[in-house]
Ligand binder design. Structure first.
Ligand SMILES: [Zn+2]
Length: 548
């Protein structure tokens, strides 16, 4: 039996930790924490750490060790966890990685197909010094990395887009100029590898079959070791009620003491998107604690109705954010992790944890049997047939071949819509006896294959297509009637509106830009990179999108 790994993933509050301990007990396992916030020392309540007595003597690694003022990146995690796995295998034990920071876990289980390719694919090649970082020392590189990260974080999207156009015009042409997440990811690839993302993608495609096979043998496009993944899942309505209740329990259990301790340890300028400060609850209770501290400072009573109302509002906000986080975690699994699993036939089993009463039959017993069979090379059940949710959640949502999707991602002009709107505009103006403004009607540009599909279905496109057919059929008289319609649309302000909103829809549902969406969790969130999304730090993403 090859030394492998078990991963337990799923949303917050679903019971992952319990399952990891049950698996570890049955399979001589040691648990590796894969939650970006549980690495912090103390703060057990706000980070939802498992109590010592509930760990049943199972060793937990990468948990409870980092001081509050420190940061921990996905790269730190990957390096630490890989080192630990080696040691655990050396003890003939089974590593069980568990956590809700799914991009951490993903980076650990899979090699980064894009970034790792450079080393291996390029090794026999030119080595033409295309890498901007090749000649730098480690410290210089670190400084450079920090500079790059700051640039990516602090620059506005237009600046980032200009930079991308400069270094990788091919990718720039693929992304919408406002798609900060994708632009950032492409730039990140350039900064980290010194090569254009488009070149890397081309190289990946240029691999011959035998090279591909070899790359597979090297594990380049696959997991690092035999991997068995369990997704602990609960129906959202049931889970939401559980999450709400958990917030109340946290408050009763001392959440406020932890928050107050955290507030004392930092100045007022906390960056809520970094490190421990992203823990859900800390920021959400800021209005309440700020008001409370004010009251204390000015010797006002602290038991006022206003303060109580504020506290209740903050509690509600925390509940909402927790539910949103859970939702993004599921999206991350479906949109990011599942495609990787399918691509290389990595085994992932969804366990139905909707009812806690049937935990043993539906979750722990099933997982233990599968894990044992998996590592013994025995036959495994069909994952999609295991329960009602498995079928729904594990089946493909969208085109899974990420590279193929990238390849086909283009800006495309709808010549019908462009041409017809221009004709209407000209005819209309001519009818008014004016020349109109040149360039008043911009080309109708659609981003991405899905956007294109949507555009073809849109009312405007279908209408203009009909117009074109009518024009071709009826000739010159046609325009007059259409000009009336143009006039009407212009008056209503609906002229270009349908076209303008069609943007790229790549199926990544995290594009929740208003509140920086984690999973959105998270920039070309292919696999392991520090960057997970446009505006936010990787850690920030973790909380929202989880992304992590
Ligand atoms: Zn069109």
């Amino acid at each position: 039996m090859d030394p492998g790994i078990i991963a337990v993933i799923g949303t917050t509050g679903v019971g992952k930790s319990d399952l990891s301990i049950q698996l570890a007990k049955e399979l001589d396992g040691e648990v590796i924490n894969g939650d970006a916030l549980q690495v912090y020392k103390g703060l057990d309540i706000i980070t939802n750490k498992m109590k010592m007595e509930e760990r049943e003597g199972i060793v937990h690694h990468l948990m409870d060790f980092l001081p509050m003022d420190r940061e921990y990146s996905v790269l730190d995690f990957k390096a630490d966890a890989l080192g630990l796995i080696k040691q655990i295998h050396g003890r003939k034990h089974m590593p069980v990685v568990v956590g809700g920071t799914h991009y951490y876990i993903q980076s650990l289980l899979w090699r980064d197909t894009l970034l790792d390719t450079k080393k291996n694919v390029g090794s026999g090649g030119t080595g033409d010094g295309g890498s901007s970082s090749a000649s730098l020392s480690e410290t210089q590189m670190q400084g450079q990395n920090e500079k790059n990260e700051r640039f990516l974080k602090d620059s506005d999207t237009a600046t980032l887009y200009r930079k991308l156009k400069e270094v990788d015009p091919v990718m720039a042409n693929k992304w919408h100029e406002n798609d900060r997440r994708k632009i950032t990811r492409s730039l990140q690839v350039f900064f980290e590898t010194g090569e254009c993302q488009s070149d890397l993608i081309k190289k990946q495609h240029a691999l011959s079959d035998s090279e591909r096979l070899r790359a597979d043998e090297l594990g380049n496009f696959a997991t690092r070791m035999p991997t068995c993944i369990f997704w602990v899942y609960s129906a959202p309505d049931v889970l939401n009620a559980r999450l709400d209740a958990r917030v109340d329990t946290m408050i009763k259990g001392g959440l406020f003491d932890e928050i107050q301790g955290m507030r004392k340890s930092v100045g007022p300028n906390t960056d809520y998107e970094r490190g421990i400060w992203q823990a859900i609850g800390y920021k959400e209770f800021d209005p309440y604690f700020t008001a409370l501290e004010e009251a204390i400072k000015s010797n006002q009573p602290t038991d006022t109705k206003e303060l109580e109302t504020l506290k209740a509002e903050c509690t509600e906000t925390m509940k909402v954010r927790t539910r949103q986080y859970a939702k993004r975690q599921v999206l991350w699994i479906r949109n990011k992790l599942l495609p990787l699993c399918r691509e290389k036939d990595v085994k992932i089993f969804l366990l139905d944890a909707t009812s806690l009463d049937t935990w043993k039959e539906n979750v722990s017993k099933v997982a233990i049997k599968i894990a044992k069979d998996f590592f013994a090379g025995k036959a495994l059940p069909n994952a999609e047939e295991m329960n009602t949710y498995a079928k729904e959640m594990l089946t493909a949502q969208r085109d899974l071949d990420a590279v193929a999707a990238l390849e086909s991602w283009e800006k495309k002009e709808c010549t019908i819509c462009t041409e017809m709107q221009r004709i209407m505009y000209d005819k209309y103006n001519k009818n008014q006896g004016s020349a109109g403004e040149p360039g008043a009607i911009a080309s109708v540009i659609i981003h991405g294959p899905t956007g294109w599909e949507q555009h073809l279905q849109s009312k405007l496109h279908r209408k203009l297509k009909t117009c074109k057919a009518e024009m071709e059929r009826d000739g010159t008289n046609w325009w007059y009637f259409k000009a009336q319609e143009y006039k009407k649309r212009k008056r209503e302000g609906t002229l270009n509106s349908e076209v303008e909103v069609v943007g790229e829809r790549d199926g990544v549902s995290g594009s929740n830009s208003s509140s920086n969406g984690g999973g959105g969790n998270v920039v070309g969130e292919t696999a392991a990179t520090s960057g997970h999304s446009g505006r936010e730090s990787p850690a920030a993403k973790l909380r929202r999108t989880d992304d992590g």
